[in-house]
Design a binder for this molecule. Structure first.
Ligand code: SAH
Length: 366
């Protein structure tokens, strides 16, 4: 038997990519809009139901293309309403996606890689090692699956109002696939989220920050975790490649064009490690001149580390120094920790090409 030509996955295209696909087939560009509306607005992937496409076009699409998205393995619900999907992306690998409902908004936390190569010392995803980048289809597929589930769920009014690229992986290491997925999140004909409602979080990949500013300037969050290089090298090893001075310069450039924008700095509170008043003062000093918001994240315990979370009094003392200096500071509420869905707890199922701790592959929490 002849090997079948692989089908083109229409979930891999944003509006530009889809318009190009149709142009190459002599079709008009508005076909792209039609498909995007069916798939991402209506949640429909059955060509027969796409009634405004000509019959012969539906037939061609049926022969050449497919709509392939991750397969739901499990969906868990936390006592606080947080949802966590375990999604299979290929034979060995699974990723996780989390929905966090709040009174005024619903935030979907999306993964960008299977595992992560950056090896931050306090993060569960790091302990899994790294397998591969996700495709655009696998990234936007997470949004599609969650949107469909929430739309179909009659007992809730819950909607995705915000997306944060804060799940497994370093999104700027997967730029080519992440940007089209984010463009679909922003697209009026797809998820129609404003630029400020889509946030990309990075451990500090400086060239990626500059590229993002040029190609898709969504809200930026930076995982700071320490205001001095020695300590940051330990917590976020990427700092050895892009030290704080370079990272902060990139942050200044990022907001340079849009003075009303702010950068969110994430800071995991580790008892006795990075939570002193002296370090809080140092943060104030290094962030001077950058429109910044601080997000203090109580450390969520993960297996295989000795870190502990700072106590509330210490977190409050730390916060007060920042607030007095005029920096808006929020202590992030821990959500979904009973189902291991909190920050830094996402592990999926990773067939690591570079496992950090071989045994941790066994400790999948599902
Ligand atoms: N690689 C990107 C995207 C991941 S975002 C980045 O580093 O920004 C996930 C956020 O959760 C990051 O701010 C990360 O530093 C934080 N985090 C990781 N492990 C954590 C843990 N155990 N407890 C609390 N926050 C953690």
């Amino acid at each position: 038997m002849m090997p079948a030509t692989p089908r083109i996955n229409l979930f891999d295209f944003d509006a530009g990519g889809l318009a190009e696909y149709f142009a190459n087939r002599g079709e008009r560009p508005y076909r792209a809009t039609q498909i995007i509306k069916w798939v991402h607005q209506q949640g429909i992937v059955d060509l027969e139901r796409m009634t405004n496409l000509k019959r012969d076009l539906r037939a061609t699409l049926g022969d050449e293309t497919e709509f392939r998205y991750p397969e739901v393995v499990t969906l868990q619900e936390s006592t606080d309403g947080t949802l966590k999907w375990l999604l299979r992306v290929d034979n060995g690998n699974c990723i996780e996606t989390v929905f966090i409902p709040e009174t005024e908004r619903g935030t979907l936390c999306v993964s960008s890689q299977v595992g992560c190569p950056l090896n931050c010392s306090f993060c569960a995803t790091a302990k899994q090692g790294f397998s591969r980048n996700l495709s655009t289809a696998e990234i936007i597929g997470q949004v599609w699956i969650a949107a469909r589930h929430l739309g179909q769920n009659p007992k809730s009014q819950r909607q995705i109002t915000n997306v944060v690229m804060m799940g497994m992986g370093e999104p700027l290491l997967n730029f080519e696939a992440v940007v089209p997925a984010m463009k679909l999140m922003l697209d009026d004909n797809a998820y129609n989220l404003g630029r400020k409602r889509v946030t990309l979080s990075t451990a500090g990949l400086v060239p990626g920050i500059d590229r993002l500013r040029e190609e898709c300037p969504v809200s930026l969050a930076v995982s700071l975790h320490a205001p001095i290089d020695d300590l940051r090298n330990e917590l976020v090893p990427l700092n050895k490649t892009y030290p704080l001075a370079e990272l902060l310069a990139a942050c200044r450039r990022y907001v340079g064009d849009n003075p009303h924008d702010q950068i969110t700095f994430e800071y995991v509170m580790l008892a006795g490690v990075n939570d002193s008043v002296a370090l809080a003062r140092e943060i104030v000093r290094i962030l001077r001149g950058i429109p910044a918001k601080m997000n203090l994240i109580p450390f969520n315990p993960i297996p295989g580390t000795d870190y502990q979370t700072s106590d509330l009094a210490t977190i409050n003392r730390f916060r007060d120094v920042l607030v007095k200096a005029g920096i808006v500071t929020i202590t992030r509420k821990t959500r979904g920790d009973d189902i291991d869905a909190a920050c830094g707890q996402l592990v999926g199922r990773v067939v690591a090409k570079a496992a950090r701790h071989r045994r941790s592959n066994l400790s999948v929490g599902v």
